[in-house]
Design a binder for this molecule. Structure first.
Ligand code: ZN
Length: 144
């Protein structure tokens, strides 16, 4: 059973292509596939770099710092067990322009969120029979 403080989530299906992303949080790292030839980060993960067609790609930890690119407040209870409202955001990872993740913002009020707000990753651990998952969420850096 999950701890009561851990909200219900539909968990991703792990594959060899995405395992680094969903389990990097075990070490506290946001982990993104990166082209080993040109250094370009690939997300969502793809087997081939779009810049130079290199297949030499490997997961690498990034800083976990990002800025809010856009966000929306969800008031609709689409999924039973998920409390509303909650914040859905697209964040741009500091390491590379246009390197964007869709995520949830936590530890902040909706009225305090703005585009360009600096955020940092934190992880929500879910136990799962097919392999534990660490969901990357983001919270305001708060000047830390
Ligand atoms: Zn490349």
């Amino acid at each position: 059973m999950p701890e009561p403080s851990v909200p219900f989530r539909i968990l991703p299906e792990l594959s060899d292509r995405n395992r680094h992303f969903w389990q990097g949080g075990e070490q506290g790292h946001l982990t993104i596939l990166r082209c080993q030839e040109c250094g370009y980060y690939l997300h969502p993960p793809t087997p081939t770099c779009p810049h130079d067609q290199s297949k030499d790609v490997a997961p690498e930890a990034v800083s976990g710092r990002a800025t809010v690119a856009s966000f929306t407040i969800n008031h609709q209870a689409w999924i039973p067990g998920v409390e509303v409202p909650y914040l859905i955001a697209i964040v741009e990872i500091d390491e590379q322009p246009e390197l964007r993740l869709t995520t949830n913002l936590v530890n902040c009020e909706a009225e305090d969120v703005h585009v360009g707000m600096p955020v940092q990753v934190l992880f929500e651990h879910h136990e799962d029979a097919n392999g534990d998952v660490w969901i990357p969420l983001f919270e305001p850096t708060g000047g830390k």
